[in-house]
Ligand binder design. Sequence first.
Ligand code: C2O
Ligand code: CU
Length: 517
Amino acid sequence: MNPDLSRRAFLGAGLAATTMATIAACTPARPSPAAGPVNRIMPDNPLVAAAEASRPSTGATVTRPLAAGTLTAGVGGHRVATWGYNNSLNGPVIRAKAGDRLNVPLSNRLEQPTTVHWHGLALRNNMDGVQGLTQTAVAAGGSMTYDFRLPHPGTYWYHSHVEMQRERGLYGALIIEDPHEPLAYDQEWVIVLDDWLDGITGTPDEVVKELSRGMGNTGTMGGMNMGSDTASPSTGMTMDHMLMGSYSAFLGGDAGDVSYPFHLFNSRTPDRPETFSSKPGHRIRLRVINAAGDTAYRVGVPGQQVTITHSDGYPVQHQDLDAVVLGMGERADLLLTVKPGQTPVLALPEGKPGRAYGIVSTGTGSAPAAADLPRTLDGTVLDGGNLKADPSVLLAAKAPDIVHELHLTGGMAKYDWGINGRRFDMNNPLAGTFDIRQGNRVQVRFINDTTMWHPMHLHGHTFQLAGSGARKDTVIVRPRQTVTVEFEADNPGQWLTHCHNAYHAQQGMMGVFSYLA
Ligand code: C2O
Ligand code: CU
C-alpha cells in the first residue's frame, strides 16, 4: 500500500472524530508535482536515515582511507602526470562484506573540488557523491568521510563524479563479498579496463573542448580517422581527439567519439601485460569492470568459452559465451576454467583500434606475443541486455505505478547530448526531474532518438530489464532502440540517471529521479 495514502486515511479517521467540518474548509489541496511547490525528499531527510537503519548489518566496519591527488605513472612507455587515488593510477581494490559499514575518510589533495561516487550501490542518498545534488563537493585541500552500509554483494566500483576527473585515474574497484557465497570457484581476478589519453595526446578537458565545438559537416569526413594535422571543415580548427568512422555492428553503428592511444588492463598496456598465476583446472572468477570514458570492450578468451554469472553485481542465469560486450560503467563476472600454459584474457575496444589484455599463467609454456593475439572475438557474443535474471533477484510481478519516458537526444553535429531535448544543468539539478514516490514500481523507457548507442545508468537502484531480464544499473541502449526497465522506489532521495559516456554526460545527457515526500 502507498504509505502516503495510508497516512492520509489515518489522519482522516482522527479528524472525523473531532472537527472535520472546520478543517475541511481550510485544508489546502495537496500540491501536485505539476503545480505549486513540491516537497522533495532531500539527502538530509530523516527518511534517508531511516532507510539506512533498516539495511541489514553485520556490525563490522571496514575503514579504507582514500586520498585524491596528482601522481606520475608509466603508461605504454610514457611518464604521464595525472590524477588518482592513493598515488596509483587505478585506485586500491576495496573489499568488504554485504552488511558491513564502509568508512572512507577522503582527503582531497587536488587543486579542485572532488567527490566519490559508489557506482551501482543502493546506498544512503547523502553518500552518493553527486556534487550539487547529494552533497557539496569536497574543496581543494579539504576532507570528508563517506560512511554507509553495503547493501548487496557484487562487483562494483567507485569514481569521482566531478566533471572529467574520472577520465584521469580517479577510480577503483569495490568488491562486496557475499557472506553466503553460492558460487564455487578457486580464485578471483579483478580486471579494470580503461581507455587512456591523459598526458599522452592531451587531457580529457581538452577533448571536451574539441568535441563541444561539434563535428560540423560530417558528409565530407565519414570513415576517416583524423590525424592531428586535419582541420575541421566547419571551424578550421585542428581535431586531435575526435574519432571518425568508428563502427560496431554489435552496438548498432557509431561506436565512439574519441580516439585513444592506449587501452589499459589493470593500468597496463599490451607491452607489459599483467600475469595472474593459477593452476590447471582451477576456476577463476573474473570480475571485469569497464571504467572507460568512451569505449565499450568485447571481453573473452580466444578459443575458449567462459560462463557469465553476474551482470552489474547481480546474479544472472548462467550462460556460456565466447565474449561479453561491456558498455562504460557495466561489470560482468565470468568463470574461466584454466588450461595448462599461458591463456590471454582479451579486451577488444569495440569499433576502435587497439587492445588490452592480461595473461593467466600455470607456469608452463610461453606467453603469446601481443602481435599474435587475435583481432576479433566471435561466436556467442552477448551484452547484459541479453541475459535473464537469476530467480533469486527477480522483482515480484507488479503493475507499474508510474511510467517515465526518457528520450535520449542530441548528436555529434552540435555535440548537444540531452534527455528529452534538455541539457542537464548541474547548477540547477532539480529542474525537469522525473518525480516518483517511495513504494512506487517505476517503469522507465529509455528511447534512443539518436544515431549512437548510450550506456544508461541509474544511481541508487538496480533496475530489471523487461521480460525477466537481468537486474542492472547500466544498460546499453542502441540507436533507435527502446529499452524498458523497472525498479522499486525503495531508496528515498535524489538520484541521478545519465549516459555513462563521460563526454555525453558532461554535455548534458543526465537527469534526476526525485522522490517526493
Ligand atoms: Cu558511474 Cu553517475 O556514475
Ligand atoms: Cu551517451
